[in-house]
Design a protein around this ligand. Structure first.
Ligand code: C2O
Ligand code: CU
Length: 465
């Protein structure tokens, strides 16, 4: 067939139809948008390596970006095309408990071939993420996560923004395939699963060109199973604008390195201070050595460069009640266990077991002498009341404690309240206290976000009625 203009037209019409039809059918039955978890091969390692088989939302790494405006309704039909049951948790959102996505607590796991409709309103602006919440230790390590960005009602004063999702992958150095030993007793009893290939947005060569003096918003998300990232800025002046989605009352100047624990997010505003031809970096510090976590080659600015003032704070999110610390009910959470810990015995499924018996059951950690979730919540609260929880880490490992559905504030040594957060990093030997106002009724899991710890003892819950 010769390619006349007419043939071309006919061809594109045919192709067009073929390509458009499924979408058209979907649109006309007007179900919610799909979010499909499936197996796929992606170029994760550098281009000279084979592709890596992952589990991804819509087969992508990172999973499909969900970006909405504050106050928007988010509707997604989760389709499970995986060989394993799954569920989706919307990390950091104030949400109806039935939509929180915790398999076994707020919903049944969605079986292979089944669907579940998530439907909620994004009431808070900020940087959030979503990830699998069934067998998370395996499913998040396989790639089941994506970003959920909720825009402020008015555009913020930056030239542009970049999303940087940090992760480490445990890959076979020859085949670039994932190590699928997800349940190793070593990972569970020590610091968790740590990768040997560190990536930003699913690539180790992330390059984002910038211009002299540009102001960027960087949205950082730590999606790793267990790695605590120590980060620094080079060629930028920066301010922390928000932690875990929630704006600070006053931006905090970045002076030196900072930590981002699993599950945590940070919004930074950064001004390019490097000159044209240089490269600015988000630096990762490993064992006192600096590596580029993301590179920002600097091009000349078209207009004469202007340096800006300290940024104004982001607008606060609505209805964040200040915890009434004085009258709050007090709870304690004592963490024990792990390798090199002092745990002698703890209760598992209602039975007191020696540490040796727990090890045989692949369980290693306890909260208040109890291993894993039971029918008894850590705290029974009524909506609107303030709780304070003193968390003592009587283990030799750091733990990133994440509370679902509510942000908390740390009660600092001077009695002041720290910033709103949903995940708090508590180092071995430390005692830290948090306070929060009980929000939506429901069962809210409170667990360590080192995912090998979650499944080997470090989970409890808070019941709000
Ligand atoms: Cu991001 Cu219960 O987790
Ligand atoms: Cu932990």
């Amino acid at each position: 067939m010769t390619l006349t203009r007419r043939n071309l037209l006919r061809m594109s019409a045919t192709l067009g139809l073929g390509a458009l039809l499924p979408g058209a059918i979907r649109a006309s039955t007007s179900g919610p948008q799909l979010l499909t978890a499936r197996v796929s091969d992606v170029q994760l390692a550098p281009p000279d390596y084979p592709k890596t088989q992952i589990w991804g939302y819509d087969g992508k790494m990172p999973g499909t970006l969900i970006r909405v405006k504050q106050g928007d309704r988010v509707e997604r039909r989760f389709v499970n095309d995986l060989p394993q049951a799954s569920s989706v948790h919307w990390h950091g959102l104030r949400i109806n408990n039935a939509m929180d996505g915790v398999a076994g607590l707020t919903q049944d796991a969605v079986q292979p071939g089944e669907t579940f409709d998530y439907d909620f309103t994004a009431q808070d602006a900020g940087t959030y993420w979503y990830h699998a919440h069934n067998r998370s230790m395996e499913q998040v390590a396989r790639g089941l996560y994506g970003a959920l960005i909720v825009e402020e009602p008015e555009p913020v004063d930056v030239d542009r923004e970049e999303l940087l999702i940090l992760d480490d992958w445990l890959l076979n150095p020859e085949t670039a395939q994932l190590d699928t030993e997800f349940e190793t007793p070593h990972d569970r009893s020590h610091a968790g699963r740590r990768g040997n290939y560190i990536a930003t947005n699913g690539s180790s060569g992330t390059e984002l060109p910038v211009k002299v003096s540009e102001r960027l918003r960087l949205r950082l998300i730590n999606a790793a199973n267990a790695r605590i990232f120590e980060l620094d800025l080079s060629g930028f002046d920066g301010w922390v604008m928000a932690y875990d989605g929630m704006p600070l009352d006053e931006p905090e100047k970045v002076e030196g390195s900072f930590l981002l624990a699993p599950g945590q997010r940070m919004d930074l505003f950064v001004d390019v201070t490097a000159v044209a031809g240089e490269v600015a970096h988000l630096v990762r510090i490993d064992d006192d050595e600096g590596f580029s976590q993301a590179a920002f080659p600097v091009a000349p600015a078209e207009n004469s460069a202007r340096m800006r003032e300290t940024p104004n704070p982001l607008p606060p999110n609505p209805n964040m009640s200040v915890p009434g610390v004085q009258t709050a009910r007090r709870f304690e959470l004592n963490m024990e266990g792990g390798a090199m810990g002092r745990l002698q015995s703890a209760s598992l499924n209602g039975k007191e077991m020696s540490f040796r018996e727990l090890v045989a059951a692949n369980q290693f950690w306890s909260f208040n002498g109890v291993v894993g979730m039971t029918d008894t919540p850590l705290a029974q609260l009524s909506s609107g009341e303030t709780a304070r929880v003193s968390i003592s880490n009587d283990t030799v490992f750091p733990h990133a404690m994440h509370l679902h559905g509510m942000h908390f504030r740390e009660i600092l040594d001077d009695g002041e309240l720290g910033p709103l957060r949903d995940t708090l990093l508590v180092f071995g030997g430390e005692t830290r206290e948090i306070a929060f106002v009980a929000g939506e009724p429901g069962k809210w899991i409170f667990h360590c976000h080192m995912l090998a710890h979650t499944s080997s003892g470090m989970a409890t819950w808070v019941n709000v009625t």
